[in-house]
Design a protein around this ligand. Structure first.
Ligand SMILES: [Zn+2]
Length: 487
């Protein structure tokens, strides 16, 4: 496969560029991870899903990717949350790291190759701060250490902000140890009750931004390929990372910058069924994880996305259609040998289209269009095959099914057994709508008996009765299956 044909929008240049790794065939990817003071927020889940798909696709395209996503386990928010619960901050953070791992697995997020924590990287953090102090880019002040923005003329080159504008109206507040308002903390002197480590500037803890500079350099080198995060991190977090890393190394920090758009929660706030769902784990009690992924990737990662009932319900219904198709196709062709011979039409054109959309700045929204074409063709071939040659139809369906597996690996969808997924979806709908399953099953049995006795009028009457209960039935090769009808 042509590995060098991917174009991505680089926030640094504000242009789409062809992705060219520093080392051919290899890519280092760093994504700013969660601050583990609580459960992961649904907006962050969107960002992590976007980069999950990016990493999966880069691998699909043949790159050897090293994916690093950190945990911020030393932070003001963690200290505050720990004071509230009476736990040690490090213990509280460890608890939420585990919770994050569980939630990430539930959302089918790949485990990164390295997931470093701040609390394990004090030596690296202190090392880079020392370098900045030696170079005159940072200064100590009463046990704190600050980056001196005035000494780094390229500051704000990612966000393209103007330093004079940034300074306007800002002043150093009473009690602050920094010299100038834009200077930011690399190291904070210990306060009572806070976690603290020894350093050349006394006991203290790192500021937020320095960890990403230290950990990315350790695992990916001083220069690496792709740095990602949410749009809200551009300023000041990524700007400060650049200043620290490039200030210390004198080299380009990340060669490409990618940022994921906001998840707008207004829709959720107004929604009855979602309530104020802002945690991923709460959302996953209401919506299927793959449907949530499908909802996320239905919008380009750089665009804002409105989190609301309608979109989620549509996503889940769409997933049901996909899984119903897969169940039907698997029933027809799985494990069968249709011999060698020509295929019908151009079955791989959908996969080619999927790839060309993904090559264009990971355009998942466009890629889903190609996926729809793929499923429409599978349905056509199973329901009303345009050719008589059953072996040719079987071979073509198998080829299409194989392409679905490839797409599935990139999007993290259709990883379930179709019958299992459909059953879970049905169970959830049954609960929500209060449907009596025992009654449904006895009516289906009565209908099958009526049909066996050729009493088709009674069979139709029973089908109508089921319909009145919100149940749709489908006669398949494996027997009658039922589902809850969409509302
Ligand atoms: Zn970061």
């Amino acid at each position: 496969m042509a590995a060098a044909s991917i174009r991505l929008f680089n926030t640094m240049t504000m242009q789409k560029e062809t992705l060219e790794p520093a080392v051919p065939g290899k890519l280092g990817v760093y994504v700013c991870g969660p601050t583990v003071y609580s459960y992961v927020h649904i907006g962050n889940a969107r960002t992590f899903t976007s980069f999950d798909v990016v990493v999966r696709y880069l691998r699909y395209r043949g790159f050897e990717v090293k994916y690093v996503r950190n945990y911020t386990d030393v932070d003001d928010k963690i200290i505050k949350a720990a004071h509230e619960t009476g736990e040690e901050p490090v213990a509280l953070a460890a608890r939420f790291v585990e919770a994050f791992r569980e939630d990430a697995r539930a959302l089918h997020l790949l485990e990164p190759d390295v997931s470093p924590k701040v609390s394990d990287h004090l030596a690296e953090i202190i090392g880079i701060i020392g370098k900045l102090v030696d170079k005159g880019l940072a200064y100590e002040s009463k046990g704190d250490v600050y980056f001196s923005v005035r000494h780094y003329p390229e500051y704000a080159k990612l966000s393209k902000r103007n330093l004079d504008d940034l300074c306007a109206g800002e002043r150093v507040q009473p009690g602050e140890q920094k010299h100038e308002p834009l200077d930011f903390a690399l190291w904070k002197a210990a306060k009572p009750g806070e976690p603290a480590w020894d350093s050349p500037w006394g006991k203290g803890r790192p500021g937020w931004h320095i960890e990403c500079s230290a950990m990315s350099a350790k695992y990916l080198g001083e220069t690496f390929d792709i740095h990602g995060g949410g749009l809200d991190l551009i300023f000041p977090h990524h700007e400060n990372e650049i200043a620290q890393s490039e200030g210390a190394s004198g080299k380009t920090f990340s060669r490409y910058w990618m940022h994921c758009g906001f998840l707008d929660l207004e829709g959720a706030k107004m929604s009855k069924s979602l309530g104020n769902v802002v945690r991923l784990r709460d959302a996953l009690t209401k919506v299927d994880p793959e449907a949530l992924r499908f909802f996320f990737v239905g919008t380009h990662y750089r665009h804002p996305l409105n989190f609301a009932d309608k979109g989620l319900a549509d996503a889940e219904q769409r997933m049901e259609y996909f899984y119903e198709t897969l169940r039907k196709v698997d029933e027809r062709v799985s494990g069968k040998d249709f011999g060698k011979g020509p295929l019908y039409g151009e079955p791989h054109k959908h996969l080619t289209e999927f790839e060309s959309q993904m090559d264009d700045d990971f355009n998942t929204a466009g890629a889903l269009g190609a996926l729809s074409g793929l499923f429409a063709q599978m349905n056509e071939l199973t329901d009303k095959p345009p050719v008589k040659d059953k072996a040719q139809v079987g071979r073509t369906l198998q080829a299409l099914r194989e392409d679905v597996r490839k797409v599935s690996g990139v999007l993290g969808l259709f990883e379930d057994e179709p019958a299992q997924w459909l059953l879970r979806r049905r169970d959830r709908a049954v609960k929500e709508r209060g449907i009596d399953v025992a009654k449904v099953e006895s009516l289906i049995q009565a209908r099958n008996e009526a049909r066996k006795a050729k009493n088709f009028a009674e069979g139709d009457r029973l089908r109508e009765e089921l319909k009145g209960m919100g149940v749709e039935i489908l006669d398949t090769a494996a027997g009658t299956v039922w589902k809850v009808a969409p509302q």
